[in-house]
Design a protein around this ligand. Structure first.
Ligand code: HEC
Length: 190
């Protein structure tokens, strides 16, 4: 008997059928473990999605649709934004109050703590470079910035609520005449 034959003899399972004898070739350990893991995974998967917190396919679809809807809302053109809708959004005093906080953190470095102007223009005098200081003009300046002149565009940085709040705060401070005000820039508006 050759060495190979001996080896095969040892591995015989002792099971023979129609003269064909099977070898006993156990699956490799990694295979057995992967197999057991798939069973464990199966149980966890089933428990999570069938009786646990996992969403059903329908719920997953609804979540995805909601996310799409939210994206759409966020990018919807601001067609409905008029002086009146802006006035409505800004009329609650808490809006301007929220704007004060945002202003201190984001704008005061350039426009001054009291909006008196510094690197950027005075925002409480009667002189405006861009537009005539309507709510629409101010919202536009903040949203789109005047990038080439050093005024960043904030539309992509702050939420729409925060944007309105900032504008409301600026408007609420109109005519406060702070100390060390920067010289007027732009056109006089009334
Ligand atoms: C890096 C400095 C800088 C920061 C920060 C900054 N601005 Fe400005 N801003 C400017 C400059 C400079 C201008 C003037 C642009 C020009 O000359 O056309 C300006 C212009 C404006 C105008 C238009 C003024 C006009 O006379 O028409 C508004 C409104 C305004 N900024 C609001 C804000 C608000 C609100 C913030 C905070 C969210 C802010 N800015 C942050 C530099 C800045």
């Amino acid at each position: 008997m050759s060495q190979d034959d001996e080896k095969i003899e040892k591995e015989m399972s002792g099971h023979s059928y129609d003269g064909i004898t099977e070898c006993d070739n156990p699956m490799p350990d990694w295979w057995v473990w992967s197999f057991l893991l798939t069973i464990v995974f199966g149980f966890i998967y089933f428990a999570h999605y069938e009786s646990g917190a996992g969403p059903t396919l329908k719920e997953e679809l609804n979540l995805a649709l909601k996310a799409i809807e939210a994206q759409k809302q966020a990018h919807a053109p601001k067609l409905m934004e008029t002086e009146e809708t802006l006035a409505e959004s800004m009329k609650d005093p808490s809006v301007a109050a929220a704007g004060a906080v945002a202003y201190a953190g984001k704008c005061a470095v350039c426009h001054g703590q009291e909006l008196q102007g510094q690197i950027g223009p005075n925002l409480v005098d009667n002189f405006w470079i861009h537009g005539r200081a309507t709510r629409t003009d101010i919202v536009k300046s903040i949203r789109e910035g005047i990038v080439e002149k050093g005024m960043p565009a904030w539309g992509a940085v702050v939420s729409q609520d925060e944007l309105y709040a900032l504008a409301a705060f600026i408007i609420s401070k109109k005519g406060t005449n702070p100390a060390n005000a920067k010289a007027p820039q732009g056109e006089a508006v009334d």
